[in-house]
Design a protein around this ligand. Structure first.
Ligand SMILES: Cc1cc2nc3c(=O)[nH]c(=O)nc-3n(C[C@H](O)[C@H](O)[C@H](O)COP(=O)(O)O)c2cc1C
Ligand SMILES: Nc1ncnc2c1ncn2[C@@H]1O[C@H](COP(=O)(O)OP(=O)(O)OP(=O)(O)O)[C@@H](O)[C@H]1O
Length: 145
């Protein structure tokens, strides 16, 4: 009996939208199981911090049918969950700022044998559709602020 293959996807996943679903559904096609690492608020430094707690974002992502397990990210070392999950493939998001080559190098240094893929972009399917947590927040502020 061969072990199920595992894919990892990751992100902040503050206010969920169809872009997240597109990314996770695509990431899930790379392996038998999809494991998602949800970024800790403290590690989201490249943009404004999420509105929702680490726990709420992890539990919401974990409830999605396409996700086999949602993990709260490690506070300091982003490769600790990778060592624990031991994935066959890491699927980067279409706009994620990580450099695939740099990740590959660290994986090799840490003896982790894992492919790296980049997911595609989901474009809006209608004018009013928002495919960004930030844009959803902006609309809330505009309409309710
Ligand atoms: C291979 C990999 C492992 C990650 N592991 C963690 C982690 O352990 N802890 C964490 O807070 N964030 C982790 N992240 C999430 C990054 O912090 C996340 O990609 C970054 O916040 C960008 O998220 P965004 O796409 O939502 O902007 C990881 C990202 C990658 C690519
Ligand atoms: N429209 C989209 N199409 C495909 N993937 C997406 C889309 N929007 C977000 N993602 C992916 O979902 C993951 C989590 O993204 P994130 O939590 O940063 O959401 P976001 O809506 O992009 O946030 P923000 O609007 O604050 O930048 C990332 O890997 C990102 O590439």
């Amino acid at each position: 009996m061969t072990e199920p293959t595992r894919a990892v996807a990751q992100g902040t996943f503050d206010l969920l939208h169809p872009g997240h679903i597109h990314y996770l559904e695509e990431a899930a096609t790379y392996a038998d199981e999809l494991h998602v690492i949800v970024a800790r608020r403290a590690n989201v430094t490249h943009k404004e911090p999420p509105i929702l707690s680490d726990r709420q974002r992890q539990e919401t992502v974990g409830a999605l049918g396409v996700v086999d397990a949602a993990h709260r990210g490690h506070p300091e070392d982003i490769f600790v969950p990778i060592e624990q999950i031991d994935p066959d493939v890491i699927v980067l998001g279409h706009d994620q700022h990580h450099d695939a080559a740099a990740i590959s190098e660290t994986l090799a240094d840490r003896g982790i044998d894992c492919e790296i893929e980049r997911a595609s972009t989901r474009e809006p399917s209608h004018d009013a559709e928002l495919l960004s947590s930030r844009a959803i927040i902006d609309r809330i502020l505009k309409q309710r602020g």
